[in-house]
Design a protein around this ligand. Sequence first.
Ligand code: XUL
Ligand code: CO
Length: 436
Amino acid sequence: MSAFPEIDRIAYEGPQSRNPLAFRYYNPDEVVEGKPMKDHFRFSVAYWHTFRGTGADPFGSPTMLRPWEDKVDSVENAIRRVRVAFEFMEKLGVGFYCFHDRDVAPEGASLAETNRNLDAVVRVLKEEQARTGICLLWGTANLFSHPRYMHGAATSCNADAFAYAAAQVKKALEITHELGGANYVFWGGREGYQNLYNTDMKRELDHLARFMHMAVEYAREIGFTGQFLFEPKPKEPTKHQYDFDAAACINFLRSYGLAQHVKLNIETNHATLAGHTMQHELEYAAMQGFLGSIDANTGDLLLGWDTDQFPTDIYLTTQCMLTILKWGGLAPGGVNFDAKVRRESFEPIDLFYAHIGGMDAFARGLKIAAAIRADGRLESLLRERYASWDSGVGAEIEAGQHNFRTLEAYMLGKGEITPNRSGRQELIENLINSYL
Ligand code: XUL
Ligand code: CO
């Protein structure tokens, strides 16, 4: 039985189309910079928002109309939901999805029963993947919802919570492997603190590193060769999350010998919560060799929390794609819509509008970024700005031919620096607008 009988496969109809259930820019096989759009993006649906989001918020009850849900958190319900999810993703035309262990199957009365529940659902996920060709972009474990994780999981003060989390990630790695997952994500959940009076930060970070090393070891043992990813987020639910931003995560990975095993999954709303732009986080991660995948969404700059809205801002997607193209793309990562429809958008069809909007916004961003790159004016403005480093003393400094003494001699001889040139920010902003 179809869950979306009135909806056909979403087709590309071009910018002139007035059909709200069509793509106007996302044309999966259209080649941009030598690669089909679908391979640039590797779009993914986030199971937790799209199929488990209820619309509840701290002030109100669930609002979502989901006729396939029977309100009993049973394995049968979970299996029916998988069929619905794959019908949705097939009609939308995405190639990937992502899930937490607890999104797809209900917890049982014991860890053993929970694992059996997971196995039953994973069988169906596998079947649906084979039927549709849709792949798992990444798997992860929910180490934050259950009360046992109130103090965190790998960074809990309770060693048993660490042990339970280890057992849970062991299983999550097994099913991610079983489903051919391209990546495995760690998001810090409750790994962080509320105050330093009751927190041994050094000990907690040592534990987090030990935990990640155990995951890397176990992956090797079972033959999982997917990419590990760490997802930065500065706050929420804890006041200070240890995975604060790209720089903090990279420092952690390098300090604890994890750099060769783990890259980053960069999320827009997390970047802005940290006081950065998404492009800053992407650029920083990429230049350090840590750009793995992205969680595409957007926050509301007037609100100070993680609103996880679908990205529709063309400037944002253009900036993302400028950086992603510059550093050679995301694969084996992708563009995962870690985004939820507003609680007022409660009908199933809103899920289609939301994803179509996000995919079209990224497709436009890609085409605009490619046009900017092909045109070359932005690139030459950048080159001119740094021209002093291409010859003379600049080139000599870069080549390691100078020290403080030789530079003092150079400046004593010259007396004053060559005059500065305009940064031309307004000219550049006008230039960017001319492509939109
Ligand atoms: C939470 C968040 C998570 C991770 C996966 O803010 O982004 O959904 O992406 O645990
Ligand atoms: Co995320």
